[in-house]
Ligand binder design. Structure first.
Ligand SMILES: Nc1ncnc2c1ncn2[C@@H]1O[C@H](COP(=O)(O)OP(=O)(O)OP(=O)(O)O)[C@@H](O)[C@H]1O
Length: 566
């Protein structure tokens, strides 16, 4: 309950900051509307009494008409203002979360808990955005009940109290429903997520085509439907329970209102007073129902809002990254690393060094530990033992932004950023990039003569490009970045042999100014490396030039690459 109050308070503070005008308008409209049922009671009571006395009270009649007539427009305007406030808050929370996500470091992104929290925060935005309007609705319902209680209580005090008590069952029921939803929601969300994941594979061009060719689209559709069906079943059960609670609460409210009317009659109220109380009760019922609903929304949103706020606060403020163009050396010194929960170490006492001007290769079979080395170098993983050294200094002493500034990293699963050609390449640098630099990075590639405004990606009405061409764009980003250390994980895996030769010739020609570390499985790319580290089951088992390594026919390197050489 405390969490619900905190959520309501924080949301009001956010709304007051994001759109004070709309919050004020919304509050005034709701409160004005809230006073109307009580005013109705007073006016109808007087009207009926004066009509019975044979008068013609035109003024009263006009006022009552104005009060009754303003109920609907005030309600509609309050709803629309609330909707506009919600949209602005949604934009505010979305941009906050996007800025937060953009600040996540590779090490935090590698933590599955962080990704789960990020997704939970994303899902919290919708319910959170609706919360700011709810305290006002609750206050409005309390005002309605208070004014009704006073108006009816002036005729019969017991009736007044019963009208006030009628708030309780609805608030209790909606709170219970909200709690139940908060408990069951994770199951719905988890199944929804899996259903969406499977659905995306059907809808996305590349995976959709692969499935169509395999004739297995229906299998993935069945998986998606199965998950969706589980989520739907849980939601259906939740709605059924909610219906029961709401029905019970509505019955209790009606009984309490009925009791209030009985008390009026038993208390000897006049016909006018009884008619007024009935009319006020009818409009009051709806307001009280809204109160329970509004309270329920706050209770439902509370745990999700808490997750969102915890996550946004947990990410440190943005630190500007500066690309370091000259690095003399990087090294893993006696590093051991085991993934959390894994039985054995992925890397054992590994020492790997690369100096400025060198082309260094990491080779080994799938799962040998090459990507682990790369992730340890850039700081996405932290060694259990040993040190990562940059220019002889312990890299753990650098901030993440300082450390990342030393590297240009092309990962195996590089991003296919379907933006304009200019934007896709300019992502290589955190700073604004002049067109000349983008052009220089694309020189000698398929895109050298394409306009930089070219939209990439067919789904945006742009140019579709091949897998190898996407890899060239990714390489152009690294070139444009021009950091002191280039780490290229299978940089030519999708590129044809001729272009591959050209790329490696270029790497050799320009290697003097930087450190280049390449992960590769192709013997042809290894012949002119200054040093090759052979990694096997997490250990560095050999190192040397291609010629030195191949000269040991029983060595791991020769076993791996003799076949390719022939
Ligand atoms: N997140 C992880 N959690 C647990 N184990 C992991 C994780 N990532 C990798 N591993 C394991 O660590 C070992 C080394 O993996 P790594 O990705 O470094 O291999 P690799 O040499 O890069 O392989 P590939 O050539 O297939 O890319 C493997 O046994 C792998 O299964």
């Amino acid at each position: 309950m405390l969490e619900a109050f905190r959520t309501a308070r924080d949301s009001l503070v956010d709304a007051a900051r994001v759109s004070p005008g709309l919050l004020t308008l919304c509050s005034l409209l709701v409160l004005a509307q809230a006073a109307l049922p009580g005013a109705q009671v007073v006016l109808i009571g007087q009207l009926v009494d004066r009509l019975t006395a044979g008068e013609r009270p035109w003024g009263l009649l006009i006022t009552l008409t104005a009060v009754v007539g303003s109920m609907y427009p005030l309600g509609a305007m309050a709803r629309d203002a609330g909707h506009r406030l919600m949209l602005r808050l949604k934009l505010h929370y979305r941009s906050d979360l996007l800025h937060t996500s953009a600040r996540l470091s590779p090490s935090r992104l590698a933590d599955p808990e962080v990704v789960t929290e990020l997704e939970a925060s994303q899902a919290a935005i919708d319910p959170m955005s609706t919360v700011a309007n709810q305290p006002v609705q609750v206050l409005g319902a309390a005002v309605t009940a208070g004014v009704l209680c006073a108006a009816i209580g002036s005729i019969n005090p017991l009736s007044g109290v019963l009208v006030l008590v009628a708030l309780v069952p609805t608030v209790l029921a909606f709170t219970a429903v909200a709690r139940m939803e908060a408990r069951r929601w994770p199951e719905v969300a988890a199944n929804d997520r899996r259903a969406m994941y499977a659905t995306e594979h059907l809808l996305q061009q590349r995976s959709g085509t692969e499935l169509a060719v395999l004739g297995s689209g229906a299998k993935v559709a069945t998986l998606a439907i199965t998950y969706r069906a589980v989520a739907t079943r849980v939601m259906d059960r939740m709605i059924r329970t909610a219906m029961t609670f709401e029905l019970a609460a509505t019955l209790a409210t009606v009984l309490l209102f009925g009791a209030a009317l009985v008390a009026l009659v038993v208390g000897g109220a006049s016909g006018g007073a009884a008619a007024a109380a009935v009319a006020g009760t009818i409009s009051g019922l709806n307001a009280i129902r809204l109160c329970g609903y509004a309270f329920g929304l706050i209770v439902t949103a509370a745990p999700r809002a808490a997750t969102y706020r915890r996550f946004v606060r947990s990410v440190p403020p943005a630190e500007r990254q500066t690309v370091v163009p000259v690095v003399e050396s990087v090294a893993l010194s006696n590093v051991t690393f085991r993934y959390p929960g894994a039985g054995t170490a992925a890397l054992r006492a590994a020492t790997i060094t690369a100096r400025r001007g060198e082309l260094v290769a990491l080779v080994g079979v799938n799962g040998a530990g090459k990507s682990t080395v790369v992730n340890l170098l850039v700081g996405a993983l932290r060694p259990d033992c040993g040190q990562v050294l940059i220019d002889g200094r312990d890299a753990a002493r650098l901030t993440e932004a300082e450390r990342l500034g030393h590297f240009g990293l092309l990962v195996q699963e590089f991003g296919r950023f379907e933006f304009t050609l200019r934007d896709a390449v300019a992502l290589g640098s955190p700073q604004p990039v002049p067109d000349d630099a983008v052009r220089a990075a694309l020189a000698g590639t398929f895109a050298a003569d394409l306009p930089l405004d070219t939209q990439l990606g067919q789904q945006w009405g742009g140019t579709g490009i091949s897998g190898g061409q996407w890899q060239r764009v990714a390489l152009a980003r690294i070139q444009l970045r021009n950091a002191g250390v280039w780490i290229l994980d299978e940089p030519t895996s999708a590129i044809d042999a001729e272009a591959e030769r050209a790329i490696f010739a270029d790497l050799r020609r320009t290697k003097a100014d930087r450190i280049t570390i390449v992960v590769s499985h192709r013997a042809s790319t290894l012949t002119e490396m200054d040093r090759i580290y052979v990694i096997d089951a997490g250990s560095v088992v050999q190192q040397g030039t291609y010629q030195q390594l191949i000269a040991h026919p029983d060595g791991r390197f020769a076993t791996l690459f003799t076949a390719q050489q022939t």
